[in-house]
Design a binder for this molecule. Structure first.
Ligand code: FES
Length: 73
């Protein structure tokens, strides 16, 4: 699996935990912002967010479960 094109950052300098969730998204904890491949910042509003790794989500960088359709294609 290739590396995701985004980065998860914490403004307070906390350790950001990233854990792959099967062959779907990365579960990101303690992040304040996701910076996507084009440098755009996406505020993180929840303690844990599922961030897309397949790059096909309609709500990128958030996983919208499109990866399941891709896998079964
Ligand atoms: S990883 Fe779930 S939509 Fe991309």
């Amino acid at each position: 699996v290739s590396e995701p094109s985004w980065r998860a950052l914490s403004r307070s300098g906390d350790q950001v935990d990233v854990e792959r969730c099967g062959d779907g998204p990365m579960l990101v904890r303690h992040a304040d912002v996701i910076v996507d491949g084009s440098g755009k910042e996406h505020e993180v509003a929840r303690p844990v967010v599922a961030v897309c790794t397949c790059e096909k989500s309609q709500r990128f960088p958030w996983c919208d479960n499109t990866h399941k359709a891709i896998r079964h294609r």
